[in-house]
Design a protein around this ligand. Sequence first.
Ligand code: NAD
Length: 349
Amino acid sequence: MKTMLVTGGAGFIGANFVLEAVRQGHKVVNLDKLTYAGNLDTLSSISQNDKHVFVEGDIGDRALVARLLTSHGVNAVVNFAAESHVDRSIDGPAAFVETNVVGTLGLLEASRDYWRGLGSGAADAFRFLHVSTDEVYGSLGAEGQFTEATPYAPNSPYSASKAASDHLVRAFHHTYGLPTLTTNCSNNYGPYQFPEKLIPLIIQKALAGEPLPVYGDGRNIRDWLFVGDHCSAIQRVLDAGRVGETYNVGGNAERENIQVVKAICALLDARRPMADGRKRESLITYVKDRPGHDRRYAIDSSKLQKELGWKPSQTFESGIEHTVDWYLQNQAWSDRVLDGSYRMERLGA
Ligand code: NAD
C-alpha cells in the first residue's frame, strides 16, 4: 500500500482516482485549490475515512507541499491539478500558465528536495507521476495515431501549458534524476465531470430541453476513454512503469462530436422521453467553431498495453450508457456544482 500525495483530487479524474485508491486501501493526501472545478461533494463518501486527508491549497506552494510530503511520509506524488478547459484557456490563458506550468514547477521542486532527503530504499521506490493529455501532440489528419514519439505541437493555450509542464517533468528526470512518469491520455468521460465539458454539458442541456450546441460542422474527432479506465492505467504505470518514460493512454474509441451528441440523445430518449414526444436530436444546433479547434485526435496506447498489460474495461457504448445513467441518478450532484457562477454558457468563442 502506498501513501500518495494526489493533487487536484477534488476534480473530475482526480476524484475518481482518489475514491478508487482509498477503496483499495492506499492512503491519500489530497491537495486541491478548490477552483470552480473542484468539488468536495464528490468526496463526501470518504470525508470521514482516515485513509483520506484533504488539504485545501495550491500545488505551487512549495512550503505547504514540503510539509505534506514530510509529515505524511509520502512515497508517490500523482499530479492531476490543472486548469483543464480549452475554452477557458482561450478567454484567459494566464491562469493556465500559473497553475499548469509555474504550479507544476513548484510541485517538482518540493518533490525533488524531499526525494533527495530520503534514504536509498525509499528514494528508489519514490515516484512522481504527471498526468497529461494527448492534446500536446496537436492535430491529426484523416490517418495515423499519436505515439510516444510524436513531436509536440500544442495548438491551444491549454495544451501549450500542459506541454510545458510535461517538458519540466522530463527535465527534472534528466537533470536531477527525479523518478518521474508521465501519462498522456485521450478525452475522458464518466461520473463527476463538471458540466462545461461536452458530454455532461450535452446531458444537462438535453434534460432541460435546451438547444444542444455543436461546434463547427460537428465532425471533429476525439478518442474517448472512460474515466475508470484512465485511473486504472495511472495505477498500473505507477506500479510498474519504467522511470523516466511516458505512456499514452487511450481506448481506440474515435468518435465525431456529432456521433457522441446523437448517442446521448438516443440514450436519454429511451430513458426519459421528452414530454412533447420530440426526439432530442431536434435540439442539435450548430454554433460557431472554437478558434484553433484541433480536427482529430487518436492515440496509440500499444506501449502501455504490451509493456504493462493494461487494457480498458469499457467500450464507448458501455461507458456512455453507464455515464448517462449516472447523471440521471445523480442530478443533485450536477445541481450543486452548478452553483450559479457558471450557467453552461458558451466560453472561448
Ligand atoms: P478538472 O478541471 O476537473 O479538475 C482539476 C482540479 O485541479 C480541480 O479540483 C481544481 O480545483 C484543482 N486545481 C486547479 N488549480 C490548482 C492548483 N493551483 N493547486 C491545486 N489544485 C488545483 O480536471 P480533470 O478533467 O479532472 O483533469 C485532471 C488532469 O488530467 C489535468 O491535469 C488534465 O490536464 C489531465 N487530463 C484530462 C483529460 C480530460 O479529458 N478531462 C484528458 C487527459 C488528461
